[in-house]
Design a protein around this ligand. Structure first.
Ligand SMILES: Cc1cc2nc3c(=O)[nH]c(=O)nc-3n(C[C@H](O)[C@H](O)[C@H](O)COP(=O)(O)OP(=O)(O)OC[C@H]3O[C@@H](n4cnc5c(N)ncnc54)[C@H](O)[C@@H]3O)c2cc1C
Length: 424
């Protein structure tokens, strides 16, 4: 991939066709379909891709978002997200990732935008590596090349990493990162170009009568009626349906840091260093140099409860200090590195760390979609397709993602494990 060419093209496209201008001028082009009208609420990774695939299937689709696609409060709002195939024993995710790799590649070519950067991913384990061991055959069967590496091999390839305390190593060839916020905006641009209707408004669900949601109430005072509704509201999902979803989604505060690499030293640039995941007492992970922002590092441990609308997004002193300590140990050239930027985002955790894709328990025509739990972004394109097939009745609801799994022992399951397999 010629990164420069794509970046340049995307810049020209953005300047020539900003989203707000497109949404204003697109009113005449909005696709009306005899198949039906579906409203999708939330233009993040889940809602944006779902809306796009529903439109592709020939439905009229209205996509609504209170703050915009990949906005700074949304879980999809970061600079970069990891895409990787190792997913423990969860074949359902590996298959979705394999499909997502294909779709990220297809759409970046089709839309002439940089959406996927294949840096590879290096996993290192200080502890038991069953998670990767069990995944390897599933990942390779899905066609995603991955292998175990010896310590000597890793030392040779990556002398910039301090390998002390590390027991085993895995390398995924196709893994890499996705420029998250940019991806959400590109999906929306192409949704609108294809005839989708986008409204930047807050949505409140109307009344449920006879097992059907009757309408949406919008923040400009208007109402919107559709045949079906898909609520893909990320960390806000439980707030929208407090009765039906009973706080199933619990947002937690997560801090992300971008540190400056030493002047003139390129050993931690993405050309020399893949995406990495360090499985130890805590799980640290990082993305080198995406969008030239610096060396990204984050602790995957679930933080404290967080309100996505009102929560303050200033990084904590303790978070900065533990990131510095970790970096100095694992990447010695980063000792005393300057902090360039920080972000506070939130994971939208479901009780078991798995997604929720199901009908609303009291409204047949309404779907709830969420629970990305720190690992939802990469699957956006395949998940949108998967959801569109269910919403339009082509496929059955999958019990793995169904709400009924929480009926038993909900209290016990909501105790967070700081190590939910699948994060990042
Ligand atoms: C720090 C961090 C790192 C992560 N790392 C990774 C990673 O490396 N790889 C990975 O795959 N995943 C990762 N994730 C997880 C991933 O980003 C999320 O799972 C995914 O982005 C969730 O997307 P979503 O569409 O469900 O939610 P969101 O992106 O939050 O979208 C929900 C949208 O709904 C809108 N909305 C909410 N309520 C309303 C309303 N009433 N009316 C109208 N609009 C409304 C919001 O404005 C928002 O835009 C990470 C998450 C975080 C926070």
């Amino acid at each position: 991939m010629n990164r420069r060419r794509f970046v340049k093209t995307s810049l020209i496209a953005a300047l020539a066709n900003p989203i707000h201008a497109m949404t204003k001028s697109n009113k005449k082009k909005i696709k009306k379909s005899k198949k039906g009208h579906i409203a999708v609420i939330g233009a993040g990774a889940f809602g944006g891709w779902t809306a796009y695939h529903l439109l592709k299937k020939g439905y009229s689709v209205t996509l609504l978002d209170v703050f915009g696609p990949g906005n700074s409060r949304a879980s999809s709002g970061g600079d970069s997200r990891v895409i990787r195939g190792i997913y423990g024993e969860d074949k359902i995710y590996v298959d979705l990732v394999a499909r997502s790799f294909k779709l990220w590649k297809r759409y970046q070519k089709k839309w002439r935008q940089s959406l996927y950067f294949p840096t590879g991913a290096l996993w290192f384990f200080q502890i038991d590596d069953t998670y990767a061991q069990k995944s390897l055959p599933i990942v390779n069967e899905a066609g995603l090349k991955s292998e175990q590496l010896s310590k000597a091999e890793v030392k040779k390839r990556y002398p910039q990493i301090n390998l002390s305390g590390l027991k085993s190593f895995y390398y995924e060839h196709e893994a890499g990162y996705l420029p998250a916020r940019h991806c959400c905006q590109v999906v929306l641009e192409n949704f609108v170009k294809k005839g989708g209707d986008y409204k930047q408004l807050a949505v409140t669900p109307g009344k449920i009568i006879n097992n059907e949601l009757t309408e949406l109430i919008l923040s400009d005072g208007s109402k919107l009626q559709a045949d079906s509704y898909v609520f893909a509201c990320g960390p806000w999902l439980s707030k929208i349906f407090p009765e039906a979803l009973k706080n199933i989604i619990k947002p937690t505060r997560q801090e992300v840091f971008f540190f400056g690499t030493p002047y003139g030293d390129s050993s931690l640039f993405e050309s020399n260093m893949p995406v990495w995941v360090d499985f130890g007492e805590r799980l640290w992970y990082g993305i080198p140099g995406a969008d030239w922002r610096g060396f990204k590092v984050a602790d995957d441990t679930r933080g404290i409860k967080f309100d996505p609308t009102t929560g303050d997004r200033t990084a904590s002193k303790s978070g900065i200090s533990s990131a510095r300590k970790y970096l100095a140990k694992r990447f010695p050239i980063m000792k005393d590195a300057p902090l360039l930027e920080s972000r506070v985002c939130q994971y939208e955790n479901s009780p078991d760390g798995h997604y929720i894709i199901d009908r609303h328990p009291e409204a047949e025509n309404t779907w709830v979609l969420g629970g990305g739990s720190g690992h939802g972004f990469k699957l956006g394109p395949a998940l949108g397709e998967f959801v569109a097939d269910r919403v339009t009745g082509k496929e059955e609801i999958d019990s793995f993602f169904a709400l009924s799994r929480f009926n038993k022992n909900l209290k016990k399951q909501t105790q967070f494990n700081s190590f939910l397999p699948g994060s990042g």
